[in-house]
Design a protein around this ligand. Structure first.
Ligand code: FAD
Length: 544
């Protein structure tokens, strides 16, 4: 295969024009046949309003060697791609099946890889399966009645199910896990282009289908998946056999189930606060870690499209171009960094709470990203110095205090405040041109009052700075809602080079354990931990 990079074409191009461009790059004469696959496509908007797609493609053609010998173009090279390889199994015998606690991206990918290679894992997930969960979440958004067992944070697919499903990651992985995750998602019903688009995204509507299919495959391959089943305690088993004794609870019936294992993959996500407390009580080594808090900001998508694509006022986005995204950062003089995070083009703000009397927001979108607003978190990093407490769970308590204030600010509804009023410190009394697009009830409230003064000031000033980069970002009627508090885990559960905790058999994994941030990195960490289990043990061949 020959890899060609930097093939630039106008965004409105046809497939024939791409083919022609490939033929020209390789100096092929008209009649020579070749096939190609797109490896990557990114948007180049540096010369807006002229917009280009830049492609990397792998081409299969007769006489490759001769073509490469004659080639003087540095953008044309032999394609080298080491595919992903799951490790050879280790020598030790598993007397009990591996257990995966949590069925978010980390747990799903850990379980899928184990199932695929004969380890027949048991998965326990405290929340409900996707379809029931969807009903529970919609009911919460309609009535405000929260089910603490089944919500935006807990249930099949994890925190990412009601999300934008952005699949980008900054993690470089020389073992090919990144690409493998995208291919597995595609093979389970995600759109084809996620495997090559520079900014891949699925959308909540398609994500539900994908996670359901992955679960069906895990079961088909000999695994077992139990919903409304929570890991509530664990103890080391003393004596020769070792391993862990797990206490599991059916959250619907309250029935307790005991399970033995030598490998527990703990992929419980950043919102499993009761599980963190249990682990802390059991003296599992963990530490408080920095994360970020702030607001969700909404602007008209048409304004973001104009800014990013250089369109005129009233001009429609050309067909084929996605709703525009943005990423903004600024460093304030007194040292706080402010940045946008988890931006959802054409999306909705969601009430993402999981505890009574506490309120958290986040963003989601459907695959078509056709909502009228763009939303994004605008957040400030907070470190253990900000938490106002000691110990590994100080960050959790800090999050809880902010979420309690958010709940009070809206009396259980999502509190919103216009940016102009946020700056002046007064509660808004009318909406401007930006109409909130929020899943869940909302009302005006003192969003700024949720935060310690310094953080509120940093958000206000950060948005002002962003207005210098994206005109209109600091418009008076931009809608801010709060609180964005679940940006990443407030704890790290320590693990060694074999990816185990000091408690043998416990494998902390994914975002909740502090080793990932986002769907892709969580999924990749799930694979990595499954590999660590496989390197130690032979497949599990006993029936459950
Ligand atoms: P989670 O997805 O949190 O999964 C953990 C699972 O463990 C949960 O299902 C939970 O119910 C279960 N669990 C917890 N405790 C227990 C227990 N004791 N026993 C059994 N089960 C337990 N990231 C992106 O990359 N792109 C996005 O577009 C994006 N949008 C988001 C939108 C929203 C609304 C939210 C909430 C998050 C979004 N994220 C996004 C973040 C992303 O969802 C997370 O980074 C990712 O899901 C983390 O994966 P995880 O598997 O580590 O944990």
């Amino acid at each position: 295969m020959i890899r060609i990079q930097q093939l630039k074409l106008h965004t409105g191009h046809t497939p024939e024009q791409l083919r022609e461009k490939i033929g020209k790059a390789l100096r092929l004469k008209g009649g020579e046949d070749f096939s190609y696959r797109i490896v990557r496509r990114s948007l180049d908007a540096r010369r807006k309003p002229e917009l280009f797609y830049v492609y990397t493609v792998d081409v299969s053609v007769k006489g490759e060697k001769a073509l490469l010998r004659k080639n003087r173009d540095k953008n044309i090279q032999q394609a080298k791609e080491a595919g992903y390889r799951f490790p050879e199994p280790g020598p030790e015998e598993l007397k009990h099946r591996p257990v995966v606690a949590g069925f978010g991206p980390a747990g799903i990918f850990a379980a899928y890889m184990l199932a695929l290679h004969g380890y027949r894992p048991l998965v326990v997930e405290r929340g409900m399966e996707a379809q029931q969960r969807k009903k529970d979440v919609e009911k919460f958004w309609e009535t405000g009645v929260l089910d603490t067992r089944s919500n935006v944070q807990f249930g099949e697919g994890g925190a990412g199910t009601f999300s934008d499903g952005k699949l980008n990651t900054l993690v470089k992985d020389k073992f090919g896990r990144n690409r493998k995750v995208l291919e597995i998602l595609r093979d389970h019903g995600a759109p084809e282009e996620i495997a090559w688009d520079a900014k891949p995204h699925i959308g909540t509507d398609l994500l539900i289908r994908v996670v359901t299919r992955m679960r069906e495959d895990i079961i088909r391959l000999g695994g077992q998946v139990c919903f409304h089943t929570q890991l509530v305690s664990l103890e080391p088993v003393l004596g020769e056999e070792g391993g862990l004794s797990l206490e599991l609870q059916d959250t619907l019936s309250g029935v307790t189930i005991m399970e033995r294992t030598q490998a527990l993959i703990l992929a419980v996500g950043h919102s499993a606060r009761d599980t963190f407390s249990m682990l802390h009580e059991k003296k599992i080594p963990m530490e408080a870690k920095a994360f970020a808090v702030g607001v969700r900001a909404e602007h008209p998508q048409a304004m973001i499209d104009r800014d990013q694509y250089g369109m005129e006022e009233g001009e429609k986005r050309p067909g084929g171009l996605p709703a525009a995204a943005y990423k903004l950062t600024c460093q304030l003089p007194e040292g706080r960094g402010v940045y946008t995070f988890c931006m959802c083009p054409g999306g909705y703000v969601v009430n993402a709470s999981s505890e009574e009397g506490r309120l958290a927001v986040n963003g989601m979108s459907y695959h078509d990203r056709a909502g009228r607003n763009a939303n994004s978190a605008v957040i400030v990093t907070v470190t253990p110095q900000d938490f106002g407490g000691e110990g590994p769970l100080a960050g959790v308590e800090f999050q809880r205090r902010l979420e309690e204030r958010a709940w009070q600010a809206g009396q259980g509804k999502v509190p919103v405040q216009l940016y102009g009023d946020f700056c002046r410190g007064r509660v808004s009394d009318h909406i401007g041109e930006v109409e909130p697009q929020i899943r869940g009830d909302f009302c005006f409230g003192n969003v700024r009052g949720i935060f310690p003064e310094e953080i509120g000031d940093a958000i206000a000033r950060g948005i002002r700075e962003f207005g210098k980069k994206l005109p209109g970002y600091d418009r008076e009627d931009a809608v801010l809602s709060g609180v964005e508090s679940r940006t990443s885990s407030p704890v790290r559960i320590l693990r060694d080079e074999g990816l185990q905790s000091q408690l043998p058999g416990l494998y902390p994994c994914g975002e909740g354990a502090g080793y990932a941030g986002g769907i892709m990195s969580a999924a990749m960490d799930g694979m990595k931990v499954a590999e660590a289990v496989a390197r130690k043990y032979r497949p599990f061949d006993k029936s459950a």
